[in-house]
Design a protein around this ligand. Structure first.
Ligand SMILES: Cc1cc2nc3c(=O)[nH]c(=O)nc-3n(C[C@H](O)[C@H](O)[C@H](O)COP(=O)(O)OP(=O)(O)OC[C@H]3O[C@@H](n4cnc5c(N)ncnc54)[C@H](O)[C@@H]3O)c2cc1C
Length: 249
């Protein structure tokens, strides 16, 4: 029987499961891989940018992963996963997920999605560390494709240049869309070739939003960063209804 050790924000472990086959694996860096799956029976996989799926890694281990792809209604699914060496699930996933291997995934789940553009404040700020950037690929594409004219900031914190997940993709969007700003910050990088911001995400949020201008915040990642960022924003006077979080645990 499947273990119910994990609680996915109150979302039940039941529901529909779909078979997928691994069609590609890309090493983003030493610890992080992009896994590409194709549905073997479903013609179209419906989801909203920002949602996640549950992945049955083996009979006893099921884990949640944000959907890291940009186009809704396709037959393929991309997940971005960091290896937790002492974890129960990811070492098995990294070992098993070779081309052709089959897994089961749930339907798309969760409420971490954008509202109608008309319900957004003048500015939207996405804040992520590590693989917490995954749901923002789709959400940012959705906003930019919808011709949203407000400012869209993405503050992405990680340690080293090698950890800048999807860097080329966000750099490209930054070049194309005058209202999109990709703001990576590195907490450990000392190499001179890094010309960007240094340090953790929190001082950057504080300094960027010290004028307290209206903004909707979307925060995603591991609980320490998510809770700290939310607490800072609340302390700065932002209303909790404008702070949306996806907590990886
Ligand atoms: C809604 C949702 C979406 C998620 N999306 C993603 C995603 O897109 N990509 C992704 O890599 N993970 C994502 N996760 C986390 C994922 O579900 C697993 O928890 C993760 O892959 C570790 O699984 P494991 O079995 O290897 O480790 P476990 O055996 O579950 O790990 C044990 C402990 O380590 C903690 N932990 C695991 N990894 C880290 C880390 N990198 N930093 C800090 N603490 C950590 C866990 O919280 C847990 O307490 C998501 C979680 C949720 C709830």
């Amino acid at each position: 029987m499947e273990s119910n050790k994990k609680n996915y924000g109150g979302i039940s472990m039941g529901g529909k499961w779909h078979e997928v086959r691994v069609i590609g694996v890309v090493e983003e860096n030493a610890m992080t891989r992009r896994f590409f799956f194709e549905f073997t029976e479903l013609d179209q996989f419906h989801f909203r940018a920002g949602q996640f799926v549950k992945l049955k890694i083996d009979d006893d281990v099921t884990r949640a992963y944000s959907i890291a792809a940009a186009i809704p209604g396709i037959k393929r699914l991309e997940l971005l996963v960091v290896l937790k060496k002492d974890g129960e699930g990811t070492p098995v996933l990294f070992e098993k997920a070779q081309i052709g291997a089959k897994f089961l995934v749930s339907e798309a789940l969760g409420n971490f999605v954008l509202p109608d553009v008309s319900d957004l404040e003048d500015e939207v700020c996405f804040i992520a560390t590590g693989t917490g950037i995954a749901p923002f690929r789709g959400m940012i594409s959705e906003l930019l494709v919808s011709k949203y004219m407000g400012t869209v900031n993405l503050i992405f914190g990680t340690r080293w240049m090698e950890d800048l997940l999807y860097r080329d993709k966000f750099d490209a969007l930054d070049h194309i869309h005058p209202n999109f700003h990709y703001i990576p910050t590195l907490s450990r990088e000392k190499r001179e070739s890094w010309k960007g911001k240094a340090g953790r995400v929190h001082p950057i949020i504080k300094s960027m939003y010290k004028d307290h201008r209206p903004c909707d915040f979307y925060i995603c990642g591991w609980s320490e960063m998510v809770l700290e960022a939310k607490a800072h924003l609340l302390q700065m006077g932002y209303d909790k209804n404008h702070i949306h979080v996806e907590n990886y645990g």
